[in-house]
Design a protein around this ligand. Structure first.
Ligand SMILES: [Zn+2]
Length: 109
């Protein structure tokens, strides 16, 4: 327990990464103690998993802002009036900020 108390961050990291190690140690506890004490490097597949998890969180946050916004469509865009295309308007990525978005006018076809 002292090992865990004194190395909490390393312990959590090693436990989190363990399922990504392609090993079956005779003693999982023994392996983890060694891993924590000697700060074993973590498997590349674990880092890939972390990157995927982070990307999923970023995507979920973006989608929530879109879902909470009453201005844009379900992909986060608006079709707004523009002199560049007076017939069809232009697609504009919504900022979800009413003050900014009030400067644009919706283009209705
Ligand atoms: Zn929006």
């Amino acid at each position: 327990m002292q090992l865990v108390r004194e190395n909490l961050a390393e312990t959590l990291k090693q436990l989190d990464a363990f399922p990504f190690r392609e090993i079956t140690p005779k003693s999982k506890a023994g392996f983890l103690i060694g891993a924590i004490e000697q700060k074993y490097s973590l498997p590349e597949t674990y880092y890939a998993h972390l990157r995927e998890r982070e990307a999923a969180e970023i995507y979920a946050k973006r989608q929530k802002r879109i879902d909470d916004c009453s201005i844009c469509d379900n992909r986060g865009y608006r079709n707004v009036k523009s002199e560049r295309d007076i017939y069809f308007g232009v697609m504009h990525e919504c900022t979800h900020n009413t003050e900014i978005e009030s400067q644009f006018e919706d283009h209705k076809i």
